[in-house]
Design a protein around this ligand. Structure first.
Ligand code: C5P
Length: 218
């Protein structure tokens, strides 16, 4: 049974890598950021963001979260991204979501012979004994450009595009700061992770590097 842990910064290419590896090896894949996003989205939808007891309310939504209900386009908005990083600092929330991630891994690994998870603390906390750990990074500018391209927006003026790119860069920088500096499960490469910078490579090149590593050691 093979466990593959992928961690890294936002828009570094880790999600695309997870999906491509899942297609190649027919192992189930979980984008664990979606769990934090789902809780953040529920908080926004139910007007609970500025209420007292945010951690407790987050835990409530985490407990009733169904992993089969993570395919909502609204989970990708900038507001949800920002709030997801904020609530990801809550220890009790992380405990609940960690258990869901571990359950997903345990049941699918047995059934399919392997499992792939991506996030921020997979190699360090969720799957510390994973067979393969990858930590994916890229420059801030390249990552922000990728996010902007994904949104597929047509701009009337070049300046509008520049302005939005700058906003994406600022938001990502702030999220990186929160994720890397929090006390519990910060975003850091596991000691035994392969660190890959995707600033100047595309998703196919990344896949090929990762598959080489897996095939050499399998
Ligand atoms: O990966 P994504 O950008 O969708 O994750 C949203 C947020 O969820 C991250 O910025 C991070 O704060 C949090 N997260 C986390 N641990 C994970 C996955 C995501 O703290 N394993």
């Amino acid at each position: 049974m093979i466990e593959i842990a992928i961690d890294g910064t936002a828009a570094s290419g880790k999600g695309t890598l997870g999906k491509k590896l899942s297609d190649k090896y027919s192992f189930p894949y979980l984008d664990t950021g979606m769990l934090y996003r789902k809780v953040a989205h529920e908080l926004i939808k139910n007007n609970k963001v500025n209420t007292t007891g945010l951690e407790k309310t987050s835990c409530h939504y985490a407990m009733i979260l169904n992993l089969k209900e993570l395919k909502n386009k609204n989970l990708r908005t900038e507001d949800v991204s920002k709030l997801a990083s904020k609530i990801a600092t809550f220890q009790n929330l992380r405990k609940i979501l960690n258990n869901k991630q571990k359950e997903f891994n345990n049941s699918n690994k047995k059934k399919f012979g392997g499992c792939i998870l991506d996030g921020r603390d997979i190699g360090t906390t969720i799957l510390p004994n994973a067979d393969f750990k990858f930590f994916i990074t890229a420059s801030l500018e390249v990552r922000a450009k990728r996010r902007l391209l994904e949104k597929n927006i047509s701009f009337l003026h070049e300046n509008d595009e520049k302005c939005m790119l700058q906003t994406f860069m600022n938001n990502m920088k702030e999220r990186d700061r929160l994720d890397s500096n929090r006390k519990i499960s910060p975003l850091v490469p596991a000691k035994d992770a392969y660190v890959i910078d995707t600033t100047s490579i595309n998703s196919e090149e990344l896949l090929s590097q990762v598959v080489d590593i897996i095939e050499r050691k399998k």
